[in-house]
Design a protein around this ligand. Structure first.
Ligand code: 3PG
Length: 306
């Protein structure tokens, strides 16, 4: 039984080692495809695999067509917008994610970007502090909860909005509940985005919400670039000199930022929120265990396709 780990952005070696241990112990074989440069390499590698672990790698119907023996694909991470779920179902492939396993790493990156920006990139120029500032957590899932925990340590005033989570959960975490995104954005100088990218959320954060943010607004996006309406974002940057955008993944309009808004943005080199040894171990090992468990017992707890 061949389990392919196909990661264009590789896991830390220590995580690969632990994934291998889980697969060896189950009596399966691990195949590793890291840093691949063309989808053709993925087609070849997956052609005889029964299971596959991916990160943000695109699992399209073309990949599934090439994967003649595939029974299960696990996205080692939270967001599964890279998996074509209807195509997985059509190919009778179970699709899963590993929710929560890399969330702390993503939450920490949100603060790392906020702190770096607050101190002007450690340039020696006088900066600002986070204590006493307002932070809005846009969606209170696994990452949002860690953001609240860290924000508390920094002495920030924490607000949250999530229509799918009970008010009591936010309140118990010391978060003041907002009833709409409008309320959240208009109250908070910092807003940290943690919504998934889907048909309802794509381009949902745009001009009107951003315009309502208080003075010296900072939008922090460790979610997906697709949830931002970049036209609205650029309009805000044109209108407001006090606006900052910190994003884990460069936007499509990166060139405009580089030309016109130097010092008012951070874009990471590659999506690196989950790029820590700990997150790689947690998500990678969870993915391997879920595959073994699926083959041995049929457990479909983390299945995301119908
Ligand atoms: C996720 O959805 O889990 C994160 O965005 C991490 O993605 P990555 O595995 O590509 O770093």
């Amino acid at each position: 039984m061949k389990i392919l780990v196909a990661t264009e952005k590789p896991f830390a070696p220590v995580a690969v080692k632990q994934i291998r241990e889980v697969i060896d112990a189950a009596g399966y074989e691990l195949a590793l495809l890291e840093n691949y440069k063309s989808v053709q390499e993925l087609f070849t590698a997956v052609s005889d695999a029964e299971a596959m672990i991916v990160r943000s790698d695109m699992v399209t119907s073309d990949v599934l067509n090439a994967a003649k023996k595939l029974k299960i694909v696990v996205r080692a991470g939270a967001g599964y917008d890279n998996l074509d779920l209807p195509a997985c179902t059509a190919h009778k492939v179970v699709a899963m994610n590993t929710p929560g396993q890399n969330s702390n790493a993503v939450a920490e990156l949100a603060f790392e970007m906020m702190l770096y920006q607050a101190r002007n990139g450690f340039s020696g120029k006088s900066g600002v502090e986070l204590r006493g500032k307002t932070i809005g957590i846009h969606a209170f899932g696994n990452v949002g909860r860690y953001v609240a925990e860290i924000a508390k340590g920094f002495g920030m005033k924490i607000y949250g909005y999530d229509p799918f989570v009970k008010d009591e959960v936010l309140k118990a975490a010391g978060v003041t509940v907002c009833k709409s995104p409008e309320e959240l954005y208009s109250k908070c100088q910092y807003v940290s985005v943690h919504i998934p990218a889907n048909d309802k959320t794509k381009k949902s954060i745009g001009y009107a919400l951003l315009k309502s943010m208080p003075k010296d607004a900072v939008l922090v996006n460790t979610a997906r670039k697709e949830v931002i309406d970049e036209e609205g974002l650029l309009k805000i940057f044109e209108e407001r000199k006090d606006f900052t955008y910190l994003s884990d993944v460069e936007p499509d309009c990166k060139a405009v930022f580089e030309e016109k808004y130097k010092g008012r943005f951070i874009f990471t080199a590659k999506k690196m929120g989950a790029q820590t040894e700990e997150a790689n171990i947690n998500a990678g090992v969870a993915a391997a265990r879920q595959i073994v468990d699926y083959f041995k017992t049929g457990n479909e707890k983390f299945k995301v396709n119908k």
